[in-house]
Write a new protein. Structure first.
Length: 112
């Protein structure tokens, strides 16, 4: 019978979890109506699914924003050293901020 191969469990699977992860798993187990954590974990491993999210656009955006932030910091440092603010410096900061918003809009629409 096919069910027999599932009834004789001879393999041990051991996982470690943080307190938060364990609490969330227990909440989900209780909400599922499964009697035991073992039963829930086996059911999820056998019948559940994993959602794989591609964050590459967000990582690229974060990288670009970080580079712009470094440029803005360099401008701020230059302003602090000279103890003066020039319009060209302020224009450059505004351009960088506008570029950040352009990148965010572009990446956001690519994701949707």
């Amino acid at each position: 019978m096919d069910n027999e191969k599932f009834r004789m469990r001879s393999r041990d699977i051991h996982i470690m979890a943080t307190e938060y992860e364990y609490a969330r798993i227990k909440e989900q187990q209780e909400a599922s109506g499964k009697c035991s954590l073992r039963e829930y974990m086996i059911d999820m491993a056998m019948n559940g699914y994993v959602i794989n999210v591609d964050y590459s656009n967000l990582k690229e955006l974060a990288y670009e924003i970080n580079k712009i932030g470094v440029n803005i910091n360099q401008i701020a440092h230059k302003i602090n050293i000279k103890d003066a603010v020039y319009q060209t410096d302020m224009d450059e900061v505004k351009e960088k901020i506008d570029l950040i918003w352009k990148l965010i809009r572009t990446k956001f629409y690519q994701m949707s």
